[in-house]
Write a protein that binds this ligand. Sequence first.
Ligand SMILES: Cc1ncc(COP(=O)(O)O)c(C=O)c1O
Length: 379
Amino acid sequence: MSDFLPFTRPSIDEETIAGVAEVLRSGWITSGPQVKAFEGRLSEYLGGRPVRAFNSGTCTMEVALRIAGVGAGHEVITTPLSWVATSNVVLAVGAKPVFVDIDPATRNIDLDRVEAAITRATRALLPVDLAGLPVDRDRLHALARKHSLRVIEDAAQALGSLWRGQRIGSFGDLVSFSFHPNKNITTIEGGCLVMNDEREAALAEQYRLQGVVRSGLDGMEVEVAGGKFNLTDVAARVGLGQLPHLSAFNARRRELARGYFRAFAECGAAELGLRLPIADFEQSNWHMFQVVLPEERLSIPRAEVMARLKDSGVGTGVHYPAIHLFALYRRLGWRPGDFPHAEYVGRNILTLPLFPAMRDDDIIRVVEALTAVLRAHIS
Ligand SMILES: Cc1ncc(COP(=O)(O)O)c(C=O)c1O
């Protein structure tokens, strides 16, 4: 058997590794000059908007909700098909997530259904660009304007994705990105929040570190109950080494995704009932390549498909089970059947290997392995 192919793997170059060693030797390893420099580069990349770095793409959203004044008694409209962080942060600030089912083609929140979910308590829309495929920003922001809502974009997976040629994050309201190792660039753990103005950025800095505001040599004030969300300089140095590669990484991802479509067409995947993602080569950063298995025709469960693929050297992942069916959310009142599209996709979605260092023939290997498993277990 050839080497095991994981579903994702970060690419970190030697220059970055040497840079991290330098930071470690510098005497300043927590938030400092590297974080400032990283924020500057991110801001340049995102059209000059204010950007602050954090230690996750979860706390960025929690802070965004606080900046937007969302709290107890408020509702936030979001998707049930995301990493659970997306709705956990709504609970964390004391507000109520209101799920709206997905469009099964894009696997993103179905904007046609959003308006019906808006109530007097709604304060914000919190959409997710699953796998980097952007939610329609024109419709999203038109809805927000019409109903005077804030928008917190969970663009954790969408760094480098475009909407009508503009980078996600370079426009809009509050935009959150993650730099978790699976993402298109990493800081090991980390994230950033893009904001509208320096007032929001100053507030973000307070929420990031215990609410502290310093002045002079010894002045300290605390205005808000902030958290401990600051990024370290070691992590920021990784990010500084990653960001210059982002465009090339994304181009390679796009090329590999094209390879998947070609290989699946040649293997007759459509006849097997396998649902491929939308073939978007304009806007998506191809954060993931995800297929949906044909549950109705398959005689083995998804876990068994994953096990067979693993045996043939192919790693896969599940991103994600529907959030409202987790025990916590069931206790809050959600039930199976509430969001049928998200539930179906959540049960059957499978993330295939996709990362910049993959070889073209890895794609063939994955597609042959998956179609072989399907052929053996499909009616
Ligand atoms: C859609 C989505 N939202 C939020 C997050 C949270 O990011 P982090 O893991 O950096 O906290 C992630 C990534 O893990 C994600 O994929």
